[in-house]
Design a protein around this ligand. Structure first.
Ligand code: SAH
Length: 231
């Protein structure tokens, strides 16, 4: 998979995508991430990429031309499955959307900044808009890093234990059961007995029960109408 990220603040994106599972996925050749500075396509000596908004609202707006030029250059080199704009009014990122995107070959992600981007970019050049939650960030960069993280860890081979992505929260609409590691007792706090039993059947039944119980308790809306069907 190849991901191209378009931004006016490339510095915000280096570090979050250079460690841990994402770094390993890059080293294994499972994903290539390219960060493009929109400013390099900006106008004049000052490499201008923004301008005042029509209508006089406070805040600068990213202009069409530099983004269009950069996109055209990239699109001339390969076909993109998705050209995504990060936006607080986009489709909310969730596990099914991450699953969907993790199967793609080439993805472009455009990060807005300041007051946003000229709306004509969204109308004519974007195939999907994604929000990471109902709040407003200063720029799309951290949101784009979150999208990347959520999809890269799903690429087969990215996690050392491949089944572990399947047992994460939300993969089956259930929250994860709690996990424990050594020591079996710390400060008088004990690991649930069943996990020490060595009986895989009992353990997986306990984990399933816990997943249902935690979901019922913490996020009942995830399983509305599902109970009785699967259980
Ligand atoms: N004026 C815009 C907000 C601009 S915030 C509005 O009210 O909709 C600047 C940039 O940050 C946006 O262009 C977008 O790319 C990014 N951004 C802000 N909040 C976001 C969120 N919740 N999810 C994804 N991107 C977001």
């Amino acid at each position: 998979m190849r991901i191209d990220i378009l931004t006016v603040v490339p510095e915000l994106l280096g570090d979050p995508l250079n460690y841990s599972i994402i770094k390993r996925a890059k080293d294994k050749g499972l994903v290539e991430i390219y960060i493009h500075d929109i400013r390099e396509y900006g106008k004049g000596n000052y490499r201008q990429v923004d301008d005042y908004s029509y209508g006089g609202d406070a805040g600068m707006v990213l202009t069409i031309e530099p983004i269009h030029k950069l996109m055209d250059e990239l699109k001339a080199q390969r076909e993109y499955d998705e050209i995504i704009y990060m936006s607080p009014d986009g489709q909310l990122l969730d596990q099914p959307l991450a699953n969907h995107l993790s199967c793609k070959t080439n993805i472009m992600i455009l990060c807005g900044h300041y007051k946003g981007i000229d709306h004509r970019i969204r109308e004519h050049l974007i195939t999907r808009e994604i929000s990471i939650g109902n709040y407003v960030l200063s720029g799309g960069e951290l949101a784009a890093a979150i999208v990347c993280d959520s999809i890269i860890r799903l690429i087969p081979g990215a996690l050392s234990d491949e089944t572990s992505a399947l047992s994460d929260c939300f993969q089956d609409n259930l929250l994860s059961p709690p996990v424990y590691t050594r020591p079996a007792e710390y400060n008088g706090w004990k690991v649930p007995e069943v996990l020490l039993s060595g009986n895989p059947k009992l353990i997986s039944r306990w984990q399933e029960e816990q997943a249902w119980e935690r979901t019922r308790l913490l996020r009942p809306e995830l399983i509305e109408g599902m109970e009785g069907e699967d259980k």
